[in-house]
Design a protein around this ligand. Structure first.
Ligand SMILES: [Fe+2]
Length: 103
């Protein structure tokens, strides 16, 4: 079964200003020249910030050779929400989100 919504996984607790790892993946999804995940963008909506979101990262993926699975190390000082957008060349943009709670 084909899936587009980005999955966002974080292990353990998040502490203010301490790096933590986020794993982002899409799928199962075809990875062919004709049909693949081409791009992943990551943003953070910080609670209480006047202007959101904060742009964090992008990755451009080449069909066949690269799978839509990435790891990032992030560091935040406040809680908020991670937003991940992924682009499939046939099915458009899909959004995943995950709350980040700073302990
Ligand atoms: Fe697709």
């Amino acid at each position: 079964m084909e899936s587009h919504t980005p999955k966002i996984e974080i292990e353990g607790k998040i502490k203010a200003d301490e790096p933590f790892e986020v794993k982002i993946s899409v799928g199962p999804h075809p990875n062919t020249i004709q049909h693949s995940i081409r791009k992943i963008d990551v943003y953070f909506y910080e609670d209480g910030k006047a202007f959101n979101p904060i742009y964090l990262a992008s990755i451009i993926l080449t069909p066949v050779y690269t799978e839509p699975e990435i790891s990032l190390k992030l560091k935040v000082s406040k809680s908020g929400t991670l937003y991940v957008l992924e682009y499939c060349n046939l099915h458009g943009i899909w959004e995943g989100r995950k709350g980040i709670r700073v302990e």
